[in-house]
Design a protein around this ligand. Structure first.
Ligand SMILES: [Zn+2]
Length: 211
């Protein structure tokens, strides 16, 4: 499996391009900006982008949605709870940077447990609310794309509109810490880590271990 990581936009959010080993049908997770670089990287790896998935509706993860959808014809997939954020500059925080709203209409919503296929690979969508009401994590084989839920040595902010600290820790406890230790976590910002590493070392772990 190919996992290309590109840091995009003013906040350097992680955008991921996934496909099988030889390229072919692939997906983009969290196109937070720089659509030309995303497209060039996909072309270089012989990847045809067939789906665009947003872990959540914040501007720094979705800003290139429309440009990529237009260039590739790929559908944008996001949870229904966060889809309304895409066209609301206050909810998606683009008002903070005066970014122009560029997100296209979303035709298909993601629900907990949905399976998205591309090539020989499948993505399982896991509803992990807390950072936003509709935050999703995406499991592909032993790789988890967690958006702004959990990071190496940290967890997502819950002080933004729609954030909920108890929901975030419940998501980590019930949806993430139930995965095997060797599952690799690819967060929305910063370096990758593992479930086992965060289970042992994350300084916030007492908040999800105590109910
Ligand atoms: Zn966010």
């Amino acid at each position: 499996m190919i996992i290309e990581i590109i840091q995009v936009g003013q906040l350097g959010a992680n955008c991921y391009i996934l496909s099988g080993d030889q390229g072919g049908p692939g997906v983009v997770i969290d196109p937070g900006g720089e659509p030309d670089e995303i497209l060039a990287t996909a072309k270089r790896r012989n990847i045809e982008i067939v789906k665009i998935l947003d872990t959540h509706g914040h501007w720094d993860h979705v800003d290139a949605n429309a440009a990529l959808a237009e260039a590739t014809g790929a559908d944008i997939l996001v949870s229904q709870e966060d889809a309304r954020m895409l066209t609301d500059p206050i909810l998606n925080l683009s008002v903070v940077v005066a970014a122009q709203e560029r997100t296209q209409e979303v035709k298909h919503f993601l629900n907990d447990g949905d399976i998205v296929k591309f090539g020989d690979l499948t993505i399982k969508a896991i509803h992990t609310p807390g950072h936003t009401p509709g935050s999703m994590s995406f499991l592909v084989e032993d790789n988890l794309f967690s958006g702004d839920l959990i990071f190496q040595g940290s967890v997502g902010r819950t002080d933004l509109p729609g954030g909920n600290g108890s929901a975030l820790y419940q998501s980590i406890r019930e949806k993430i810490m139930t995965l095997p230790d060797d599952v690799v976590i690819y967060p929305g910002h910063g370096p990758s880590t593992t479930v086992g590493g965060e289970r042992s070392n994350n300084p916030y772990r007492e908040y999800w271990t105590s109910e």
